[in-house]
Write a protein that binds this ligand. Sequence first.
Ligand code: F6R
Length: 574
Amino acid sequence: MCGIIGYTGTQYAKDIIIDGLSTLEYRGYDSAGIALGGDDIAITKQSGRVSELAKLIPTSFATIGIGHTRWATHGAPTSKNAHPHQSFDGNIAIVHNGIIENCEILKKEITSRGIVFKSDTDSEIIAHLLALEDQSDMVQAVENVANKIEGSSSFLAIRKNDDKIYCHKKNAALTIGIGFDGNYIASDMLALAKYTSKGIVLSDDETAILAKNSVKVYKNGVEIEKDLIDISCKPPKICPCYMQAEIDEIPTALLNTYESFYSTIKKECIDDIKKAERIAIVACGTAYHAGLYGKEVIEILANKPVEVYIGSEYDRARFISNKTFAIFISQSGETADTLAAVNRSKSLGAKTLSITNVANSSITFLSDYSLILEAGPEIAVAATKSYNSQLLMLYLLANELAGNKVKRETIEKLSQEAKTLSTHSIFTESMAKDNLFFIGKGIDELSAMEGALKFKEITYKMAEAYPSGELKHGTIALMDTNCTVIALATNEQDKQKLTVSVSEIKARHAKTIGISAVGEIGCDISLFLPKLEDKLLYPILSIIPMQLLSLSTSFHLGINPDKPRNLAKSVTVV
Ligand code: F6R
């Protein structure tokens, strides 16, 4: 979602801000902008790529600046709606990540004072409100503005003739980087990786003032002590296609996840899960599909009932209480719907565990316990290796609950098989024009759901996941020569039923491709999975050919799979 970067120090801010924005590009955006401070505030912004924006920025010796990549919510992705936004008096520039829910009321109040809005955004409100505040106490001014805003509102502001950055965090993440040559702030630690390894993670409702040589953090007007923590992370390597690279990294990610689980899992966490009457798993998108897998393995191995909720639906979840143990899965650890679910669970007394790929992300600070995937940074918008790692983490957790220690050799073999599998392609050119169906039964149905999601995300084509046995109750009406059906079969007990479904589909002249661990199920083309020690591990492998076929289809259609339209890597608005 929107990316934010700010710098004040002794270096030229322009280069640092542009570099930070380029790192944030992977999150998905449609426009970008930069404000450089000093005697005047110079704003350059436009729709399109950061590299194009960089060409438009005049030479600047400013040593303070803020930048933003925008993913449109209020108002189209145009130059006027791109951030930074300036106050009516031109003294203040702001960048914002979030959605102001009482936007219409605040806009009315501001326009009634004769102030004319220059953009269609909700964010511009912040610049005007700040300018209307008494500027002699900026902590008070920032807090007053933050208190007027309902919804999520993490923002940075700079003023004319002032070398400080004023920051407020509400929901969307903000991390301060403490450098030798100045101080930095960003919505994503990756953007700070080149400059510093020490930082402060802001919590909700905190205000920070960054000067060249100092950082102060306040809550409710009072300065507070914050821990300086290690925020080091490897800057992502430059790569022609991140999604391809990340699929190639699955074997290593699996081994890292294995190590991470056994070095981090706490006995108290396992005891708390065992004690709970109910387990709730909450996640969005791909992570939700991992949650469905979590239900299967925990119910099968640990014999505990599990409910799985989509993050945005969790506000309706019933029976959440201090007898519930809630598990949250989020690659980024910043997904607003999932964070809201953590807060709701905590307020209802539930104990919480987060499973995330980003240590020091918001979710890790909110949860009682956390497990870090250690899959390495995931830059491509469509999640791949983090999904395989999430499945493994849940498998290990379910085994731990059942009192089993999973042998390292089992995961080494899995990792080896993942490597071999990533060289096998089931892509056919007809996939780029056909309607696609992904079918399976039981645990394979959730893999089918993830296969279909991946395909939609990076090919922009319709794809549907279906329980194989349910097709004949209606959806089979769609089957014809223009359909390709990917059939998954990893469980011996379902082989017969899958074979029947495939023959029903073939009788309607659709093309069929099998991904099978149980031998022949009658498809036109089949990819046979290697033998694994435990059939519950198959979803970790069976998704790989589907990730790859989506990637190949995307290439075939001339789409950049790393930056699919309309999508953001981390969805920080509800
Ligand atoms: C799919 C995808 C999204 C995310 C979802 C949750 O490829 O990337 O569906 O899985 O937005 O994101 P996280 O896991 O960061 O909470």
